[in-house]
Design a protein around this ligand. Structure first.
Ligand SMILES: NC(=O)c1ccc[n+]([C@@H]2O[C@H](COP(=O)([O-])OP(=O)(O)OC[C@H]3O[C@@H](n4cnc5c(N)ncnc54)[C@H](O)[C@@H]3O)[C@@H](O)[C@H]2O)c1
Length: 450
């Protein structure tokens, strides 16, 4: 089947490539001409494990091609997926201008019967608007619209796309469901995980899923603050409640808040839509508020610990919003950097993958130093702030790290290490919702026993 995927970002490029991998003929279309030129040359503009090889393989086979022309992209297409970005507007609502721009372009260039599928995360009602915009162009060619919200996760996007937990589609007519089922069947050979519903419900399902995940995170983050005051350990609590089958272990990890291109914007967009419809989602409003205050809470405690140092040097480990991606959209590291710079800190930054992107985004500032390793970042630092839980941070020789530092503060926003071990090495180790173990207390205890 000939498919056109419109918007070649994280979602569009992965989706298009996976369809090509399954034998479909796919044209990926984007108005960003420089991106398309890059892709034609086999250069991948984003970091996603395994993606480069798969793009090259399918490009070579002739099943995957790239264009910036709607005329060319729409040629022969039976299904068009819309996968453009829907960033937040200042008031939190999703900006649908790109989606509507695509609808207009489709309406003007479609040549034969087409099923137009919204993959972008859009407020309920948007796919119906898309139908209206296409009709307005007045071509008279028969078409249908559908919704197919995307659930892939950056960092494991290929696996998520090739073997999805579920495929949700919202359709107007049964036959559109059959067509989409045929398209997705190769991804679900072992057992069918295809769920068909109406379009509005499919659109809302996406927001509901992300809002539920965000709620779990904010719940744990707020609870971690109470645990800390009580002297309880949130890690024990996490295991305790996660082992209840009704609750499960996923998304119970406390940290310095969720970021990325989806959770923050989707929660805000749903809250904004609900308010506009006079049916506020007060729980979700708090989920967002807790998320914003969590990072403030942690950075405040770091600044407090550094209060006696006039121009503290802080190593920031991890910039991407999560491991295995170079995506910095709404990354907690950016919020932390802004706060710390405002407090006259000298920052030494390191991320295994996102350094180039960080240099493009962050302002030129003499107080920012870009480092090529964790150790280099730690050099002369009064404190280390771990923001992203990259795997390579797990087994670092902390004794060596300590020798490079000027101070001994380690603020771990992702609870990566054992507090006792860190204290033994002489760190003041502050994590999320776990008691700080003072290293002198440990030394006194061991001197008693020896
Ligand atoms: N990134 C994720 O992990 C993820 C996961 C699930 C859902 N989503 C949703 O999927 C959508 C896409 O997200 P993304 O992260 O891939 O976005 P992205 O910013 O990485 O890519 C969007 C692409 O669309 C292109 N574009 C914009 N207007 C266009 C137009 N008129 N015609 C053709 N191309 C156009 C842009 O040039 C860009 O390359 C969003 O709605 C997002 O919420 C994202």
């Amino acid at each position: 089947m000939q498919i056109v995927v419109i918007g070649v970002g994280y979602v569009g490029l992965v989706t298009g490539t996976c369809f090509a991998e399954m034998g479909h003929h796919v044209v990926c279309l984007d108005i960003d001409e420089s991106k398309i030129e890059q892709l034609k040359k086999g250069e991948i503009p984003i970091y996603e494990p395994g993606l480069q090889e798969m793009v090259l393989r399918n490009q070579k086979s002739g099943r995957l091609s790239f264009t910036s022309s709607y005329q060319e992209g729409m040629q022969g297409a039976r299904v068009a997926f819309i996968a453009v970005d829907t960033p937040p507007l200042p008031d939190g609502q999703a900006d649908r201008s790109r989606v509507f721009g695509v609808a207009k372009s489709i309406g003007l260039t479609m040549k034969e019967e087409l099923l137009i599928v919204t993959k972008s995360t859009v407020p309920p009602g948007t796919t119906h608007e898309i139908r209206r915009i296409i009709e307005e162009q007045g071509k008279g060619i028969p078409f249908a619209v559908a919704s197919n919200p995307e659930f892939l996760k950056e960092g494991s996007a290929l696996a998520d796309c090739l073997k999805p937990d579920r495929v949700i589609v919202g359709v107007e007519k049964e036959e559109d469901g059959y067509l989409l089922h045929k398209l997705f069947a190769p991804f679900m050979l072992s057992h069918d995980r295809f769920i068909v519903m109406d379009i509005l419900s499919a659109e809302l399902t996406k927001y509901a899923a992300n809002s539920m995940l965000a709620t779990r995170i904010s719940f744990m983050n707020e609870l971690s603050r109470l645990a800390e005051i009580l002297g309880a350990d949130i890690q024990q609590i996490r295991k305790g409640i996660g082992s209840d089958k009704r609750i499960g272990h996923a998304f119970l990890y406390p940290g310095i808040g969720y970021g990325g291109s989806c959770l923050p914007k989707d929660v805000k967009a749903l809250v904004a839509q609900a308010r506009a419809l006079n049916s506020p989602l007060s729980l979700l409003e708090q989920v967002d508020a807790v998320n914003q205050s969590q990072i403030e809470w942690f950075i405040n405690s770091l600044l407090q610990a550094l209060a006696d140092i006039e121009q503290p040097v802080i190593a920031v480990w991890g910039l991407a919003f999560k491991p295995d991606t170079d995506d910095l959209r709404e990354a907690p590291a950016l919020t932390a950097i802004k706060r710390l710079l405002a407090n006259k800190a000298n920052l030494r930054l390191f991320d295994p993958i996102a350094m180039d992107r960080a240099k493009q985004i962050l302002p030129d500032n003499p107080f920012l130093t870009y480092c090529s390793s964790e150790l280099e970042a730690a050099f002369g630092a009064d404190a280390i702030l771990l923001v992203t839980e990259w795997k390579q941070f797990r087994f670092i020789d902390m004794e060596e790290v300590k020798t490079k530092m000027r101070g001994h503060l380690f603020f771990d926003g992702r609870n990566q290490y054992a507090p006792e071990e860190m204290a033994k090495m002489g760190f003041y180790y502050k994590s999320i919702g776990q008691p700080v173990i003072e290293s002198h207390a440990l030394r006194t205890d061991s001197s008693k026993t020896s």
